[in-house]
Design a binder for this molecule. Structure first.
Ligand code: SF4
Ligand code: SF4
Length: 161
């Protein structure tokens, strides 16, 4: 599926999520499915929670217990392949990399989009961070209905629909 459409299967997606009980705290979800020579995720992690090793063609492996949900890997990944996920009450909080413009503003309602590009729900923008070190990749935190935990991947501005 991934090879043909660029869209991972639900099984692939689930393989990157920890058990739900781990998501009481924010954890990195690393959707890097191919062997490519790349390792900024590993080198950016302050607590060594991501392991690739000497052969940087290997796919990254997350140590969920070590991950403190800081988000450094989210902004460091050139493939925009890492998000943070957390479950809080009836909501899933996601922190995603976002490179389109305009950027959202805290408090706005945007659309939530799945991995096929389909709008699936409305989401609330909770936080937008764009520091100089991020090189135009903003990091946006959004609140999403928890039922879309395994479907949501990004946002789309509502005015375009
Ligand atoms: S969120 Fe922070 S602690 Fe977790 S893997 Fe990414 S860089 Fe490491
Ligand atoms: S930085 Fe991103 S693309 Fe590169 S290995 Fe890590 S997760 Fe994959």
């Amino acid at each position: 599926m991934l090879n043909q459409t660029g869209i991972p299967t639900l099984e692939q997606v689930l393989s990157r999520f920890p058990e739900r009980k781990e998501l009481v705290k924010a954890k990195a979800i690393i959707e890097c499915y191919e062997d490519i020579p790349c390792n900024p995720c590993e080198t950016s992690c302050p607590v060594n929670a991501i392991y690739i090793g000497k052969n940087i063609n290997k796919q990254p492996v997350l140590d969920v217990e070590k991950c403190i949900g800081c988000g450094f890997c989210v902004e460091a990944c050139p493939g925009l392949a890492i998000i943070l996920a957390q479950i809080k009450a009836e909501k899933a909080l996601f922190t995603i990399p976002y490179e389109f413009r305009p950027l959202p503003t805290k408090g706005e309602i945007w659309f939530g989009v799945d991995r096929s590009g389909k709008v699936i729900c409305e989401v609330k923008i909770k936080r937008v961070v764009l520091a100089k070190r991020q090189d135009h990749t903003a990091v946006v935190t959004v609140s999403v209905p928890a039922e879309y935990l395994y479907q949501f991947i990004t946002i789309r501005v509502k005015q375009n629909e």
